[in-house]
Ligand binder design. Sequence first.
Ligand code: SF4
Length: 373
Amino acid sequence: MTKPMDEKRVGYFCAYTPLEVLNAAGVGHARLLKAGDSETVAAGELFTQSVFCDFSKSCIGGFAQGDPFYSAVDKLYNFHTCASMKRVTELIEGFVPVKLLNLPKLRDLESSRLFFRDEIFELKRDLFELIGHEISDSYIREQIVRYNILRKLIKNISELRKRDNPPISGKDFVEPARAFYYVPPEKLIDTHDKIYRALSAVSGAGSRPLRLMISGSIAADGDRRLLDILEGEMGARVVVEDHCAGLKPFYNTVKETGDPLLALADGYLDQAPCTRMKTLQDNVNFAGQLAQEYQVDGVLHVYLKFCSCYGITKKPFLNHFQSIDIPVLDLSSDYSGNDYGQIKTRIKAFIEVINARRSKKNGSNTICRRCTG
Ligand code: SF4
């Protein structure tokens, strides 16, 4: 949390939460993104059946365990993303006051935009009750500008990974990306600007590593097994993330003119689409565009077990990547750690296939059948 002790602190889960309004309210705010260990999952499982994903269980588990980061929250704001998170939010009301808001799924409709604007207005109204003073539109507009600067900086840092020899690893990139959710922009812009300048000055010389994209379910702050295996053990580089805790939320900016609440509604609905938004094909097309933009050699399509949203993307995702000739490894996992050896073996085989493919002039395999689930 980022504010002095006497100020209100709010938490949220989803990247569709307009931080501009939270920051304009002057509250401390943080995305509750910590997850990845089996103990927290077990604490959450006391409240749910096993068919909830491990991330949603961890969200309850963090509160149930009395994690100080979670306990510091005066109020939780959550948008209705997937059914699991809606139910989890209702349960969390037993620990902390909660405000559940709605997020339209049909993002292209004019009515969705007006509806979402109303929900953002409701967020603003509820924050007024929490903090006891009005949040002016001009201050929200100011925050839109600040957050846009920060989004552009994070995107610029990411784009340095388009170099043949990227100056930053995937493991290191997630730090400035996640700081976005923990530190307000007025404190972060200078730091990120310095990071960008320092990385820009790094020489691009050196050999081209094997370049990978991770796509799929949320990668929580604490769920770093894949990055450890890929970059720490296999020597590959994750050059781009198509998930909501990597590059994806920083791909677009919010309009800086006009009604700020409508601009936020448009901006957040127009951000790189989460698979819970319709249409599914938008999500798949964006993943393909990102993979081509960053010239990846292969993609890991990651499904967090029991995730209701990403549980249905596999077939269209594999079909699309086959059509653009980029190999995909489809992985399903959870936070138990039981499958570590199996995942490592499959990744190793996948990397061998990609390396063989790269070394062939006219390789014919587009999808590694051995490695896809
Ligand atoms: S991983 Fe899937 S089921 Fe879990 S919170 Fe995210 S969208 Fe919902």
